[in-house]
Design a binder for this molecule. Structure first.
Ligand code: CAA
Length: 269
């Protein structure tokens, strides 16, 4: 999702530094940006010159210190509390004190991430949806210490990115995934129990509820490891067994069948 966020910010006119731990990941991200913008060039919604200008505003680096001049960092690393808190601690040391640290986490507590820094008032959740260039929503999450000034700046920035900011309090899974993941998990249970085929389950939700994708295809799109991680946050956060992950989901993740990104999930790609 990081490349989608970088693309949207550069398209809105911001200078962007895209950071990752390996050059290969950065090249893959830049490739995705190129492909996504090219769709708009092909549809004559963007000129080739505009596309080149957007790409020129994005610098890719594996050096965290290259972020030292950033007024905002949007973190979009793996959905793992330890990885995220370590990164927040490191970013806190690199960034100027006035900079804002946002997380694109899909479920992890913003309050916990903020506690890993010396600037909890400047830590906030900016939860983008996939595919970022297409989806209009940014779920904006305030941690317990997030200041009004930080919140107002992020709301205004979200509008500048051409997105709609909708807020919620810091609670496991926020609103989006607290509602979405139980639906996906239940769809996996229906598959697991042999209630219907994958095509029927997805078709019922597409044709019957007008969803653009069925829940199993959507799980593959999001990543089955990400779905499992979010369900674990819900299960641990609420202590309620209704959020327990379907054994079939756990088994697929154990097998390395993580969805589109690995070529196999509930479907083959
Ligand atoms: N970059 C730019 N544009 C893209 C794109 C991308 N990566 N992917 C699709 N598009 C554009 C296409 O160009 C097309 O644009 P126009 O209609 O304006 O010409 C439009 O999106 C539709 O694309 P397609 O016709 O290729 O395919 P589609 O109609 O099947 O739509 C989809 C694809 C937009 C992904 C649609 O299936 C969809 O909305 N799916 C649900 C997505 C969703 O639920 N996302 C949220 C996931 S949850 C999450 O992200 C958060 C979390 O925490 C887990």
């Amino acid at each position: 999702m990081g490349n989608g966020i970088a693309q949207v910010a550069a398209r809105a006119g911001f200078d962007v530094v895209m950071h990752d731990v390996q050059d290969g990941f950065l090249q893959r991200g830049l490739g995705a940006i190129d492909k996504s913008l090219q769709r708009d060039v092909d549809k004559e919604r963007l000129s080739a010159d505009e596309k080149a200008a957007i790409i020129s505003r994005i610098k890719a680096t594996t050096d965290l210190n290259a972020l030292s001049g950033a007024s905002l960092v949007v973190e979009a690393v793996t959905e793992d509390l330890k990885v995220k808190t370590e990164l927040f601690g490191a970013l806190d040391r690199v960034l100027p004190p006035e900079s804002i640290l946002a997380s694109n986490t899909s479920s992890i507590s913003i309050t916990k991430l903020a506690a890993a820094t010396q600037r909890p008032d400047k830590v906030i959740g900016m939860h983008f949806m996939n595919p970022v260039p297409v989806m209009k929503l940014v779920e904006v999450i305030r941690g317990i210490a997030t200041s009004d000034a930080t919140y107002e700046k992020i709301r205004a920035l979200t509008e500048k990115l051409g997105k709609t900011a909708l807020d919620c309090h810091d609670s496991p899974g926020f609103v989006s995934n607290r509602v979405l993941m139980p639906m996906i998990n239940e769809a996996i249970f229906t598959l697991h129990e042999g209630v219907a085929t994958r095509e029927s389950i997805d078709g019922i939700m597409k044709l019957g509820m007008n969803h653009p994708m069925g829940p199993l295809a959507l799980a593959d799109f999001i990543g089955l490891d990400v779905c499992l991680a979010i369900l674990r946050v819900l299960y641990d956060g609420f202590g309620d067994p209704k959020y327990r992950a379907c054994p079939l989901l756990r088994q697929y993740v154990d097998a390395g069948w993580l969805g589109r990104k690995t070529g196999r999930g509930f479907y083959e790609y």
